[in-house]
Each structure stands twice: as structure tokens, then as C-alpha cells.
Design a binder for this molecule. Sequence first.
Ligand code: PEP
Length: 252
Amino acid sequence: MKRKILVGNWKMNKTMKEAIEFANALKDKSIEVEKENIILGIAPSYLCLPIVQKLGGSLITYAQNVHYEESGAFTGEVSIPMLEEIGVSASLIGHSERRTYFKETNETCNLKLKALEKHDMNAIYCVGETLKEYEEDKTKSVIKKQVLKGLEGLSEEYISELTIAYEPVWSIGTGKNASKEIASDICKYIVDVIADKYGDEVASGVYVLYGGSVKPNNIKEYLDDEHIDGALVGGASLKPESFIEMIENIRG
Ligand code: PEP
């Protein structure tokens, strides 16, 4: 059976001092993640990555983004070798805020995933439809395109170890969750799309998370679903008490 995953996305929040306070609060609560059947991760800002790595015990640290080139004239960007050097082994790719505000496309996400594969680094590839697409009943066609284009040219081995997060754009940071039925249906659909293209064996290794206004009071409902392997959480991952409550509720 797959272990459940809980990853907090801090976005552009927390100074280094605040990140230290968070890591210490987790330590004080003796969150022994390895003993639990839960994989825990945090995606802090680049600046806070070394702190979370150092103080976060067995928390996996994720970058929130990477550039697909190794180096060069890309002012303001961070490359995979730079992250590798400080021991970061995974990154979010294609978060809806990156797609919306920084114009990332399925094509640039694909370049980033290929670059991560080259460096043997894992990814959480984020997909999800906008409110307009949802209302026009285009969810599945949008998701299918994001998945197939994003994964184009990756090895089956890499795909079988990938994590994909289904995050409907209309539910991120809005307090409007997708119902468990919708989340379950789309998470299953993602696995089906991969199975159709790459076969059942590859698809069975993929982890699919739900993200969108997940909170301590609703996380268990999602994670109890057989098609949802975990959660990617923004707002509710910022306070240590709320992050700890989510862990306790998953164990529940
Ligand atoms: C996210 O940032 O990936 C997210 C799901 O945010 P929130 O939990 O705040 O909706």
C-alpha cells in the first residue's frame, strides 16, 4: 500500500526567522514522520530551503520552481545544479500561480520535468482547470492535455515515480474546495490517462495528490479516498499548529 503524502507549499511566505520557528515547533511536537505512514514535505522559498533541510528532520524539501537550463543569462532564476548542490532533490513544477502569473505553459513545464529527470530529481507536477474551464465542462480535456504534454519524452521509469497534484485553480486559496467526489474522479482520471498512454504498471507507481483549500478539518476526507494519495496544501501549511493538526487528522 502507498504511504500518504502531505506537502506544504509556503509560496512567497515566511522569512528565515519564521521558517526556523516553524521547524522548531515541529521538533517540539516530536513529529517522527518516518514512524508514521505519512511522507511529509515542505516547499519553502529558495532562501529558506537550507534551513528547512537542516532543521526539518526527515521532511522532504521541495523547491517551488526550477529553470530548465543549467546556467546562463536568466536573471532572477535558479538552476537545478544550484539546488542539487544544497541537497534539494525535488521541485514543484507548473503550480497554477506559476502558470497564471509567470505564463508557464505545458511546454515549459515539460522542459523543466525533462531537466529534473536528467538530474535524477523528483517532481510534483501540478495540473488543474480554471473556473471558466470547469464551468464549461472542460476539466477532463484540460487535465489530459496538461498531463500528456507535460510528460512528453520522459522515460517510463521516471513517470512511474512521479507525483502529480490535481489542483483546480478555482479552489486554490479560495476556501472553495472541490468536493471529494470531484477530486477522487479527477485523481483517478489522471492515473487512467497515464495508463492508456504508458500502461498499467507505469501508472500504478504514480502518486496523485489533491490540492485546493485543504484544511485540518477536511484533509482526512480526501486522504481516505482510494484514488487520492495525498494533499498539496498552501494556506493551512503555514502555521505549525495547523500543519501538525493535519498530520494528526490523517493518522486519525
Ligand atoms: C497550493 O498552493 O498549492 C494550494 C493548494 O493552496 P491552498 O491550500 O491555500 O488552497
